[in-house]
Ligand binder design. Structure first.
Ligand SMILES: C[C@](O)(CO)[C@H](O)COP(=O)(O)OP(=O)(O)OC[C@H]1O[C@@H](n2ccc(N)nc2=O)[C@H](O)[C@@H]1O
Ligand SMILES: Nc1ncnc2c1ncn2[C@@H]1O[C@H](COP(=O)(O)OP(=O)(O)OP(=O)(O)O)[C@@H](O)[C@H]1O
Length: 291
């Protein structure tokens, strides 16, 4: 029997564009977006606890006491009825309040890992249904493929994307997603698009409808957009911010040694984070779930 799983990667995502096309009766927004996995990852370790207890320790920065990994583990334990428990250690590298989906990805990696550790043999679809109760972004990370995303984030169509490098900057400010969705500045009536519209221009299709509200929430978002725009190229926010990115070109041509990126690193405020990322095709654990 497996008793521990080490070094499970939980990758972040970028929203290459994000349109708000409507709102549901319960207040959740109907979106269209393309989610791209990137190689900026948290690392999780899962150790079996036969007494059924679920616990966590933080190897990096401290997380909220009741973080998404614990909530994911408890939800799976209850839904499956397993008598087993787990100790989860997290090395947090992806900044939160960033629109990079770090917490959602941790939750998805927990579900995928525990499905194996607890020998549940749930299908990916079953895991995704449970994932949606944890957050709108979690099913995407369980799906494990770059996707055209609709609904509130749960309708996923896998999509092939070219290899690409992204310059990503996270200002100091952390932006709470709910505040951006409830902003009076938010427009909720962008016309629906179809996948072919995006595929015709994967680098610059569409916009991020949440960007205006986030810029009003914090001037740092506008500063970060300008910094990238000036040194790298067309920039855009991911999710509800505050992280912004610029597609630096198709890999492997684009290089972190480029003068533009070196300028970004040299002029970045000390409290901000910047990272040169590559687009991934799959979640590193995507082979673990049954389709
Ligand atoms: C903006 C995105 O990051 C795009 O990837 C996501 O849609 C947000 O997903 P998430 O962080 O998993 O969001 P959740 O934790 O489910 O929701 C946080 C809050 O955002 C708002 N929310 C979220 C998703 C959505 N489609 N409509 C919403 O209105 C709701 O007020 C909700 O209470
Ligand atoms: N494992 C976790 N990692 C990071 N944040 C977590 C975690 N669990 C709970 N949270 C809470 O969730 C909030 C949002 O975290 P998360 O990183 O998912 O959001 P985000 O970066 O805005 O991404 P997105 O909105 O795209 O999902 C944080 O402010 C934090 O308090």
């Amino acid at each position: 029997m497996i008793t521990a799983l080490y070094d499970l990667l939980a990758p972040a995502k970028l929203n290459l564009f994000l349109h708000v096309i409507g709102r549901r009766a319960d207040g959740y927004h109907l979106l269209q977006s393309v989610f791209r996995l990137i190689d900026w990852c948290d690392t999780l370790h899962l150790e079996l606890r036969r007494n059924g207890q679920i616990s966590r320790s933080d190897l990096g920065p401290a997380l909220p006491a009741d973080d998404l990994c614990l909530r994911a583990a408890r939800a799976l334990q209850t839904a499956s009825g397993t008598p087993l428990g787990v100790h989860i250690s997290i090395d947090k590298k992806v900044p939160w309040g960033a629109g990079l989906g770090g917490g959602s990805s941790d939750a998805a990696t927990t579900l995928i890992g525990l499905n194996r550790l607890w020998r549940l043999d749930w299908s990916r679809e079953q895991l995704a249904t449970l994932a949606l109760q944890l957050g709108a972004d979690v099913p995407f990370f369980v799906g494990g493929r770059n996707a055209w995303v609709e609904g509130i984030g749960e309708k996923l169509t896998p999509i092939e994307l070219p290899g690409a490098a992204y310059a990503v900057v996270k200002p100091e400010v952390a932006i709470p997603t709910a505040a951006i969705f409830s902003s009076p500045l938010l427009s909720r009536d962008t016309s629906p698009a179809i996948v072919a519209d995006f595929l015709a221009d994967t680098k610059s299709f569409g916009k991020n409808d949440l960007q205006r509200s986030a810029q009003a929430h914090s001037a740092e978002v506008s500063q970060a957009l300008s910094l990238l725009e000036h040194h790298v190229g067309a920039s855009r926010m991911s999710g509800s911010g505050s992280a912004v990115f610029a597609c630096a070109g198709l890999a492997p041509g684009a290089s972190a040694k480029s003068e533009g990126w070196q300028q970004v690193l040299a002029t970045l405020p000390q409290t901000w984070t910047a990272r040169w990322c590559h687009g991934l095709d799959d979640h590193p654990l995507s082979g673990w779930s049954k389709d």
